[in-house]
Design a protein around this ligand. Structure first.
Ligand SMILES: CC(C)(COP(=O)(O)OP(=O)(O)OC[C@H]1O[C@@H](n2cnc3c(N)ncnc32)[C@H](O)[C@@H]1OP(=O)(O)O)[C@@H](O)C(=O)NCCC(=O)NCCS
Length: 181
């Protein structure tokens, strides 16, 4: 999906939230690996990245062309500071109203408003694509993310006490949240 919006961050700098393009492949690959190194709240580790830079470029090209899936990037001072996206839960009639949301922002940019802007942009994309429900799961100790999602209207509908098993800390409880669009 195509999307572009310029926002003002809490530090006074401008950020562009836009759909990632094929030419962003290498930079998005680097940012994916860094964000997945910096926090233990995401699904995978950098060594589990299933895409190389070329595949990432192809992935972004497909998301740009898609009418119901998006991979957005936040650009600050010409650098990619974070990514967020929506993916369809499935094409079958019974689930085609549902999409899943994911986000990660580089640590040095936390607290500036990028997480909120990227999430709001994805909510808009999900509405534009015609979904009726946006879903996510979040590690229970991830207070920053939990607080962001609650403030945007996401509601908890269940927990999995052994949802993740971290290499560092063992089991992590996952909270399932949904937003009616
Ligand atoms: C979660 C994450 C996306 C938030 O991004 P961010 O750019 O820091 O978010 P924002 O600056 O827009 O802040 C959003 C909200 O976070 C909350 N928040 C910020 N700092 C916080 C803190 N220290 N403690 C608790 N909540 C906090 C506030 O509710 C804030 O809302 P506000 O706009 O009213 O201030 C980011 O921390 C991140 O990428 N973390 C690692 C990956 C991750 O956890 N992804 C989510 C997986 S479900």
């Amino acid at each position: 999906m195509k999307y572009e919006q310029t926002i003002m961050l809490k530090n006074g700098k401008e950020a562009v939230i836009r759909g990632g393009e094929e030419s962003d492949g290498s930079a998005v690959f680097e940012v994916f690996n860094r964000t997945h190194e910096e926090t233990d709240f995401l699904l995978s580790y950098p060594d589990e990245n299933s895409l190389d830079p070329e595949q990432e470029a192809q992935y972004l090209k497909e998301k740009t062309a898609s009418t119901d899936e998006a991979e957005l990037i936040a650009v600050v001072d010409g650098r990619i500071a974070g990514t967020a996206g929506i993916e369809s839960v499935g094409k079958k009639d019974k689930v085609k109203h549902r999409a899943e949301f994911g986000i990660s922002v580089l640590k040095e940019y936390w607290g500036l408003g990028l997480g909120r802007a990227l999430t709001e942009a994805c909510i808009q994309c999900a509405k534009d694509a015609g979904y009726e429900q946006l879903e996510l799961n979040v590690v229970a100790e991830n207070e920053r993310a939990m607080s962001l999602y609650r403030s945007l209207g996401f509601v908890e509908f269940g927990r999995n006490p052994r949802g993740f098993c971290s290499r560092l800390t063992g089991y992590q409880e996952l909270v399932y949240m949904r937003l009616e669009l």
